[in-house]
Design a protein around this ligand. Structure first.
Ligand code: CA
Length: 227
């Protein structure tokens, strides 16, 4: 497992690299956003840990540009406490999870493991390999989604959420249940995280996201998938 660490605090680079290497990960680090973006584009990683405040190119721009280039590696963003930023912004730009500084290394390890476990590259084979609805087709084995034969880029968590909804289609899921089932822990992501990911799935997959045909809101209860 190979991790790209984009962070400009040397102390944190050393601490995190030591810990990740001792857990068996291979770590490549970049101490500015431009270099991080170039590495993320040039090489294949299993996970990217991305600081927001970085020299040369900030974390939001790195995240957005990597996604635009079709890199769908899970991204864990690191934000500083007290930063007046909309945490939802990073999710909108394609990040999969957040951790607010300062954090305990063990917290970061938990997030890293959760994201890797949920990476679409490692589908567990429970689902059908190929699912079609409307003009959308999903290859679970290859973690690829196409619409009208054009590739749709989903982030790791968007993919896992979609997969969960499809595997349990017809059932209504509360936001809390989706957080538990898809994100797998209830620490940082809020139910707003679920809403944002649902909104983006609709944007990417529905003809009319305001009147979704497949990903339905059940008022006062949550969401369900119907094909
Ligand atoms: Ca920083």
């Amino acid at each position: 497992m190979k991790i790209l660490l984009i962070e400009d605090e040397n102390g944190l680079i050393v601490t995190l690299t030591d810990r990740l290497v001792s857990e068996g990960f291979e770590v490549v680090s970049a101490n500015d956003g431009k270099k991080g973006f170039e590495l993320g584009l040039a090489d294949k990683f299993d996970l990217i840990v991305l600081d927001v405040m970085l020299p040369k190119k900030n974390g939001y721009d790195v995240c957005r540009d990597l996604r635009q280039k079709g890199v769908n590696t899970p991204i864990l963003m690191l934000t500083a406490k007290g930063e007046t930023i909309d945490k939802v912004l990073g999710l909108k730009l394609g990040a999969d999870d957040y951790l607010t500084k300062p954090f305990e290394v063990i917290e970061l390890m938990a997030r890293v493991e959760a994201l890797l476990r949920r990476s679409p590259v490692q589908t567990n084979g429970r689902s059908a390999e190929l699912v079609r609805f409307g003009d959308v087709s999903i290859d679970f084995k290859r973690a690829e989604v196409t619409r009208n034969d054009e590739r749709v880029d989903l982030s790791a968590m968007e993919f896992k959420l979609l997969q969960f909804l499809i595997e349990n289609q017809g059932d209504v899921h509360s936001r809390d249940h989706l957080l538990d089932a898809v994100w797998g822990y209830d620490a940082m992501p809020t139910t707003r995280t679920v809403d944002v990911h649902i909104a983006w799935l609709r944007q990417k997959l529905e003809d009319n996201p305001r009147h979704p045909q497949y990903i339905h809101t059940v008022h006062g209860m949550g969401y369900k998938f119907v094909a």
